[in-house]
Design a protein around this ligand. Structure first.
Ligand code: ATR
Length: 274
């Protein structure tokens, strides 16, 4: 194994994955390195050939290549055939195996905090690639009911169908129609990109119950308006960085066959004080 790893995408300059994985290498004294490698949309095939030539042992895949990568993998783990997207690739002697660690990454904070999901009522905002991995996670953990709210209602409907195929009791709604219904849910998840640019929360959380769990997958900024409003209601918060770490830990363990040093990886992300 060459010990070289990468994350591919475009844009890629601001990816936090090199920091997280490099911290883990240092902690475990592994002689490995991890680089950010820009591959523009439409150039995935030649980009992957380049990675194979320099004998990369594994790579993460991010926007815009997660769905396209399915076609370029020689083998697919069950996780990515279900979700229809790849975010982690293992290269064994030129044979590429695709995985999706987003679902396990999403579930990881619930496991760490000992929060069972079974039978809970979920409101999921968003119906893109990330939301699909999240639905697969809720299906795996047998959530009670799920409402999918999205700006484009047709996409909410499609994800609701996917939820039903995976055994969930699902309904869908336009995100503008959610109104004051936050009070009806045990878990509210923001899986839209709203918040990345400091926008207002996509829905009102004024009626949120104090015992609700609120999870934002946006990790930069950490305290989005959605999170701030949830905190005001006294809800239990799960931050986007917790999912980011969860998926990185799982990818690390696929590649290295050793337990990932979670605390060192977390420190690389949040700095010494947290
Ligand atoms: P990802 O892979 O991160 O899920 P994506 O597939 O592009 O990215 O999905 C982005 C999600 O954010 C979608 O649910 C999108 O809603 P649409 O399906 O209507 O596009 C949602 N989103 C992005 N900008 C939004 C906005 N300003 N208001 C509401 N939803 C928004």
């Amino acid at each position: 194994m060459s010990g070289l790893f990468a994350v591919i995408g475009d844009p890629i300059d601001h990816s936090l994955s090199p920091n997280i994985h490099s911290a883990a290498f240092r902690e475990l004294n592994l002689g490995c390195s991890y680089i950010a490698y820009r591959i523009p949309k439409g150039q995935l095939k030649s980009g992957i050939e380049g990675l194979k030539k320099i004998q990369v042992s594994g790579f993460n895949v991010t926007v815009p290549h997660k769905v396209e990568m399915v076609k370029h993998a020689d083998k697919l783990d069950e996780s990515c055939s279900l979700i229809g997207a790849v975010n982690t690739v293992e290269n064994k002697d030129g044979v590429l195996k695709g995985y999706n660690t987003d679902m396990d990454g999403f579930l990881d904070p619930f496991k760490k905090k000992g929060i069972p999901i079974k039978d809970l009522k979920v409101l999921l905002l968003g119906a893109g690639g990330a939301a699909r991995a999240i639905v697969a996670g809720f299906a795996k953990e047998k959530a009670g009911e799920i409402t999918i709210a999205n700006r484009t209602v047709q996409k909410a409907e499609e994800l609701s169908e996917f939820s039903k195929e995976n055994g969930l009791d699902a309904t869908h709604v336009g995100v503008a129609e959610v109104g004051d219904s936050a009070k009806n849910y045990d878990i509210v998840v923001n899986a839209t990109s709203v918040g990345l640019k400091n926008e207002r929360s996509p829905i009102s959380l004024d009626s949120l119950r104090g015992d609700a769990i609120v999870y934002d997958i946006v990790y930069m900024p950490m305290n989005t308006d959605f999170i701030k409003r949830a905190k005001e209601r006294g809800a239990r918060i799960i931050f986007g960085y917790e999912m980011l770490l969860g998926q990185a830990v799982r990818a690390f363990e696929i590649w290295h066959d050793v337990k990932a040093p979670y605390d060192a990886m977390k420190k690389a992300l949040l700095g010494g004080g947290v």
